[in-house]
Design a binder for this molecule. Sequence first.
Ligand code: AMP
Ligand code: MG
Length: 355
Amino acid sequence: MRYKKQITIVAVLLIVTAGLILTRPDRYKTIDSGYRPVMGTMAHITVVTEDSHTAKKAFAAAFGEIARIEQLMSKYRSDSELYRLNNSPAGEPVEISPELFALIELAGEFYELTGGAFDITIGPVADLWQQAGSTGIKPAPEQIKAAKTKTGFDKLILNENNTTVTFAVEGMKLDLGGIAKGCAIDNAVRVLKESGIVGGLVDIGGDIRCFGEKPGNSDYWRIGLQNPRETGQIVLKLALDETSVATSGDYQRFVYIDGQKHSHIIDPRKADSAQGLSSVSVITARAARADALATAVTVMGTEKGLILINKLENTEAVIIESNNDDLILSENAEQYIIRLIKKYSCRGFAVNNPE
Ligand code: AMP
Ligand code: MG
């Protein structure tokens, strides 16, 4: 009797589920915003929704939110809050918005977590290398030395009132380029949900977060990881659901100085560009975290980077080194991979957690 009851319940559940699946495609449309320039790169948003009017309103709200974050955190725009902070004298508490304060605090968490590899105070060093990119002349050792004295998250004082920060050294500058895209993505997703969107994907310069209903009857959002050596080609496809993926590496933005490739990612200890990794993709729930970790692992290198990633819950990475075509995966990254393309082989990387 008990079995009969259970079978009936299962049968009813199956019929209900089948009904839901069968009615779904008629209900939802998938609508894309098309690419738009934001934060010095291109962004697009895909939404799954019942009607195009909701989509249109949601696109306007989400792109508006991305523009607002850019306005807050750009180091280039003279009207941004960050610009005002960066041009403040040392030793004096500068009042900033709770939002900027929270992002600086989050960046501080990653500074600690990555042993200083992720450091938003690299501004003066990043500026030197940016100049070198335009002039083609390497910064002089004394310039590097001077810039280094103005970097280090420990020289940034977060005041206890949670509303002001103080630069301990004159000439300090924050650079939020390694985390701002992710932060904007997280905020845009929140705005989409508030606008009544039941599923979607936000992509800013290849950093992505997806949520909710998928296009068509798909179980996952399918996302291609770009081949760092051949533009327009992908190395593998990821199947993602309610998560984010961010990619950093030396192939996106770089310059050659004296025949050596210098990427825009700075190794704070060397005050020079990070070397060794072509592409680092990090998968984790929040885009801001994925963004910061991808930048940090590019600095830390394969071994230290994987030790960190394997320690973090629900966080995975796919790494391609500069001189090797293998794909290097963190402990549980394989679950996200649906298709490997081309010559790339898969090398599981067994790293023992020292703790
Ligand atoms: P992403 O494309 O997310 O890897 O970010 C790269 C950007 O992050 C650079 O253009 C800089 O603005 C900033 N950045 C570079 N090196 C670091 C670092 N070591 N820690 C934090 N941010 C960095
Ligand atoms: Mg980043």
